[in-house]
Design a protein around this ligand. Sequence first.
Ligand SMILES: Cc1cc2nc3c(=O)[nH]c(=O)nc-3n(C[C@H](O)[C@H](O)[C@H](O)COP(=O)(O)OP(=O)(O)OC[C@H]3O[C@@H](n4cnc5c(N)ncnc54)[C@H](O)[C@@H]3O)c2cc1C
Ligand SMILES: Cc1cc2nc3c(=O)[nH]c(=O)nc-3n(C[C@H](O)[C@H](O)[C@H](O)COP(=O)(O)O)c2cc1C
Length: 780
Amino acid sequence: MKVDVIGGGPAGLYFAILAKKAWPAMRMTVFERNRPDDTFGFGVVFSDETLETFEKYDLDSYRAITANFAYWDDIEIHFKGTVHRVGGNGFCGCSRVTLLRLLHERARALGVELKFQTEYDPGAAGDADLIVAADGINSRIRAQHADAFKPSVDLRPNKFAWMGSTRPFDAFTFFFRETAHGIFIAHCYQYQPGQSTWVMETDPETYRRAGLDRLDEAQSAQFLEGVFAQELAGHRLIVNRSLWRNFPTIRCASWTHDNIVLIGDAKATAHFSIGSGTKLAMEDAIALYEAIKATGGRDVKRALAHYQTERRLEVEKTQHSADVSLVWFEQVRRFWEMDPTRFAFGLMTRSKAITYDNLALRAPEFVTQVDKVVAHDVRRQGFDVDVVKPVVPMFQPFRLRGMTLNNRVVVSPMDQYSAVDGMPTDWHLVHLGSRATGGAGLIFTEMVCVSADARITLGCTGLYNDAQEAAYKRIVDFVHANSAAKFCLQLGHAGRKGATKLMWEGMDQPLPEGGWPVLSASPIPYYPHSQVPREMTRADMDEVLADFVAAAGRGQRAGFDMLELHCAHGYLLASFISPLTNRRTDEYGGSLENRLRFPLDVFRALRKAWPDEKPMSVRISATDWEEGGLTGDDAVHVARAFADAGCDLIDVSTGQTTPDAEPVYGRMFQTPFSDQIRNEAGLATMCVGAITTADQVNTIVAAGRADLVALARPHLVDPFFTLKAAAWYGVTDIHCPPQYLAGRDQIFRNSVRDRADLTELKRKAKPKGHATPGWKQAAE
Ligand SMILES: Cc1cc2nc3c(=O)[nH]c(=O)nc-3n(C[C@H](O)[C@H](O)[C@H](O)COP(=O)(O)OP(=O)(O)OC[C@H]3O[C@@H](n4cnc5c(N)ncnc54)[C@H](O)[C@@H]3O)c2cc1C
Ligand SMILES: Cc1cc2nc3c(=O)[nH]c(=O)nc-3n(C[C@H](O)[C@H](O)[C@H](O)COP(=O)(O)O)c2cc1C
């Protein structure tokens, strides 16, 4: 087989090495437009895991690489005069030029033909059976076949420039500096003796204010030497094509076309803040080699299809992590006023790969420090909590007005579709009662409807007659008598999603018969085949508002501790807030201020009716996940408006406002919106959505991304989520009904052993560290 590799970067060279080693008869040529020792950038980084993969695939290049690497275990975060050092990270750095030289040598030794200073002409591909396009971020091949590869480029707003210095480092180091122009960040690491990479980053406004758009490479470096004078400690910055750029996140719908395959940066990029560019490139090379091997080495098209299927998920996961990470740096201003320890914890856990528990394993002192800072914050709120040996963040108390919660876990509202004529039944008593005894600090009712016509389905509960009030009072009384949980009533009106089937018969599908007329902000049906709602008149609004107030009065009499107004998920009040569902031309439509008018009227009326000492929250859909719909920035305005009207907590959900939404799911996928509202608007928030472990709850609370963490589906199958977590973390101060004490004692005993076993297993599974390279030992 004849193979042309376009581009002698890490992706192209490593593929050539692996393939030539496996199939010596392959005629393999690498075309590289530069000279062998020409290179941009300074150092590259790999994690322990990545090095272990290299060891498996080609021992020779692995040995050469690791003999030339700087190895470090710690990450250091310098912020406002503080330094946090977090161990157990296992990374290596090496100069890019050295890496390429080692790969050149290995490729040559295996018989790969390397053609330097040779521009590959995509138009003159010749007779190659396989063309591996490893031609980097500005791939000409990708551009030439854009119709087939369908690339998309998301050009990020921040500016970055890759520089170097002679300042040594013994940790991967982040420097944060505020200047009169704005914030500058330096991501630094050493890659060989006396050589370190400094990736400089700043936001576009700071860049312009500092006049960097008018400075050349050398002048930019001189400016940054001023900004980071203290950090450079007398060393100079070095430039090497260190131009300011915007990072492009590149994705391609297809990575293959005929006998051409894209690998490395040509097919997809991942932001430098997760240090994965070169790793991804070399792992692509491995995946392509594996695909050829798996398909027998002769059928190119099958091999390429296999590569794409097998590799895509991993690349997308890395890109997703990189996207979350880059947003943290873009939004760093949001976290600027945080305590430095929480700031550092937020930085460490930004991309979800590192969590509270795994930091506790690798950097226990740092996590103890985080626990203490969280406990001190709680103490400042007037709680007499232990700050010397604090409990984990999820078990810290929290207060809203006169209501105190024992911990940060919330049973999210979940409709049970099991009511009869709006009446909660024994099902609701058992369901809510068992979740309350399971240990969560706060439990929610399902969306309780304010009138018969406000119901979503025939199975929804309501609070519009005395019998319903009495039935709910029975549940509230049970919860208060048998648990330490507080109980929040969620009130709502279904709007255009009303008169639909039970969840398990067809969510949001219109009732074939027995439906009732529905209302909305505008006469737009949810689905094309749904009922067309009536556009609400002011008289309708008055009636609905009165229903809400009456239901809140019943809720107060039933003894609920807290009240939530449901303004999310496309129900009536949400339909006013989203521009996709509100097309009104009166004072209730148009601007966000107008769209909020009726929901705020309802909220204010409830706030007046609801006792002062009892808190209120609002559930919002922070984004519609749809072009032209609400965004996270809008959600900050929405949250502020409700807070100004007396709202104590924003319950941050997303979507479900239109059927065309395209949510980006993933672990904790809605938490960034809570983070944005909490840290930009300075409001208490509750987050929800694909949060399934106590570890995630601790991570979110400790990083200050939310004050409360709600879990819905996990509680459906595990009412005792919180009690179990208490046992896991050894938090003995958790309420347990006396009937269940024997079970609690047993799980507490077993958890100590289970935790020790798991910790040991994880320690063993950790990639082995790598020996200090010879040059470093000599230097020490
Ligand atoms: C300015 C900049 C600096 C960077 N610095 C670093 C760094 O210091 N550390 C780090 O880890 N990552 C760095 N990166 C990211 C990293 O380089 C990439 O993620 C990684 O190198 C991707 O490897 P690759 O083999 O896919 O592409 P590349 O390394 O970009 O290699 C592609 C190669 O193809 C060659 N080429 C392109 N077109 C043709 C053609 N038609 N004919 C012949 N040859 C061609 C190019 O000259 C280049 O050598 C940097 C990125 C940029 C944009
Ligand atoms: C069966 C079920 C019923 C739900 N009913 C409601 C509801 O009545 N009110 C509401 O605001 N959210 C409701 N939700 C949404 C949840 O409160 C939560 O926001 C969502 O399930 C995401 O959280 P999770 O990933 O922990 O399940 C419901 C979810 C489920 C699974």
